[in-house]
Design a protein around this ligand. Sequence first.
Ligand SMILES: Nc1nc2c(ncn2[C@@H]2O[C@H](COP(=O)(O)OP(=O)(O)OP(=O)(O)O)[C@@H](O)[C@H]2O)c(=O)[nH]1
Ligand SMILES: [Mg+2]
Length: 695
Amino acid sequence: MAEIKQPTTEYPMDRIRNIGIIAHIDAGKTTTTESILFYTGKTHKIGEVHTGDTQMDWMEQERERGITITSAATTCFWQDHRINIIDTPGHVDFTAEVERSLRVLDGAVVVFDGKMGVEPQSETVWRQANKYGVPRICFINKINQMGGDFYKSLESIRKKLSPKAYPIHLPIGFEKELIGNVDLVTMKGYVYSDLKQDKFDEIEIPEDMKEKALQYRQELIEAAVEYDDALMEKFLNDHELTEEEIKHCVRKATLTGAFFPVFGGDGRGAPAMWVLNAVVDYLPSPPDVENVVATRLDTKESYVLDETEDEPFAALAFKIQTDPYVGRLTYIRVYAGKLAAGSYVMNSTKGNKERVGRLLLMHANHREDIKEIKAGEIAAVIGLSDTTTGDTLCDESHQVLLESITFAEPVIGVVIEPKTKGDRDKLGEVLKKFIEEDPTLKVKSDAETGETLLYGMGELHLEIIVDRMRREFNVEVNTGKPQVAYRETIKKKVSAENKYIRQSGGRGQYGHVLITMEPLERGQGLEFEDKIVGGAIPKEYIPGVEKGIKEAAESGGIAGYPVTDIKVTLYDGSFHEVDSSELAFKMAAIGAFRDAQRRGDTYLLEPIMSLEVIAPEEFMGDIIGNIASKRGKVENTKMEGTSVIIDAKVPLGEMFGYATELRGLTQGRAGFTMEPSHYEEVPSQITEEIVKGKS
Ligand SMILES: Nc1nc2c(ncn2[C@@H]2O[C@H](COP(=O)(O)OP(=O)(O)OP(=O)(O)O)[C@@H](O)[C@H]2O)c(=O)[nH]1
Ligand SMILES: [Mg+2]
């Protein structure tokens, strides 16, 4: 058992690693993390997902279902390094958890199921990591199971994710006979006889693997020296590189985010130590990452943060969590300076000052109060009541904004109806808590019907929320059928003018705006631009106009769905010395927006899903026919052994109940995954049905 190091806060920055574990569902992220906790001496036994005694999956629903729902952060220590780990969920409905983690983490371990190779969600999290430029190492898990194959998985990584994936270890033995690994840097074999022991016996490389090991080692070094001129020269001059030198250039290569060390094993046991070693050796420390940009509020200047404790404080809030014992926790990643417990901090996103009560380091099974948190670190704050996900916290005398986190928009909704009056009374408060925690959850109340609609990323997402309402807050609701979260947008550019004038005795209301509304590309959301010159509308009323536009965009004119992918420009207007107010301009803007939308050829958008079905070949025809009957388009089919993999794009509106349908078509022998891909125009006939259904 590794020795437990206790001085948990005093680690120099180059000995800190902030990493995420990301993968497709069920690849073994939580299991590997549990093993890491065991080998770093944090727990006395490796938690098992299927018996529900994990530390990382602590939520009741997670333990029951054997899946991760919310990302969990923990701190551990290895080789004199402090490692903050965030274990993320693999299910697509909880993709926001991956997004926020990758935004604040410096590196990631991508776990693969060695039987499956690259699965659809591995591609998604890979893309997310690309977006944030997060360097990665690849751990091919489960190669001890039947069908587990390191080399096949490696090939699939090279084909689907990046050709620059290079083994740093090779497995010894195949499937059940897996007994250890050959380390291509030390050129030694390491075998474990008992999985739960943290002792490896060092052996000579088995005779029949020598050639292969030399070949892969050569490949690794050749690729890695590309990233270091001096070592490249030494290598080309026929000099052997030392262990240190190889590690140095593999590290340098990995830090570029375009080179990926690969290794594998059984994540339930000792190979977790290889993961730890690789994290320390190859993944970045906070100073290795240079792309954190801050924008000063006063000068609007942007600059790259140094990540030192001597700069003014700047941190990003990336997760809110209601903890049953200590209340509302705000997880922050500090990018500059330091923050003390009991002090005050500026929330520059909201413009409020907040008091920092306690600072907590989250360990697997306990919380440790710390006095201070500094650049490069991750901790949870108690006491911030107004801070939400994506907000910047900073020094009051040096206010900056950090890039926020963007989340996917919810695609599916259900009507929820409180069961009793007591439930109704508590509902608003409870929903507010969930929305604070989860930026992909939205609530809307329909003014006409009085119904409350809950929007989320998928059926499982909403089911879990409803279940948590009942268990954690004792609020019971009935839920309606799932429905699609459509959007509205326009086809052509239009302008509109609106005056809001009210005269009733004393002070009246006067607001007058001229706007244009034009379509934007898919996925651009709502943009507002103020082009007023010469004071046609005084500055103090502009926020009123912007608020009006945003409010009007929440429910569009065709069927009350949010209006998106448009730009609204305010270009003229007039005001009244006495009667004008922010409110009057807001009302004027709402009217102008509605008029413009009506005349801009509004149409509906629907979420299109990427669907991947895996089934025995004999069902291929039926599955494809069924997809076509759902307005779906098959994009690709390929054989893998005796199975066929079908990739398609299908409108979400046609996919409710697909699990049952597919089971019926294939005698339960097919599996599928589905995730939101993009929005597309709804065909007119279906639009009519939707609009009719709404009225
Ligand atoms: N044989 C074997 N089984 C493993 C290994 N790693 C994980 N498992 C099993 O695979 C199952 C899924 O593991 P999890 O750790 O929950 O997977 P996950 O990636 O965290 O899944 P989500 O969080 O739901 O996305 C569990 O039943 C594990 O016991 C491995 O290396 N070998
Ligand atoms: Mg998990």
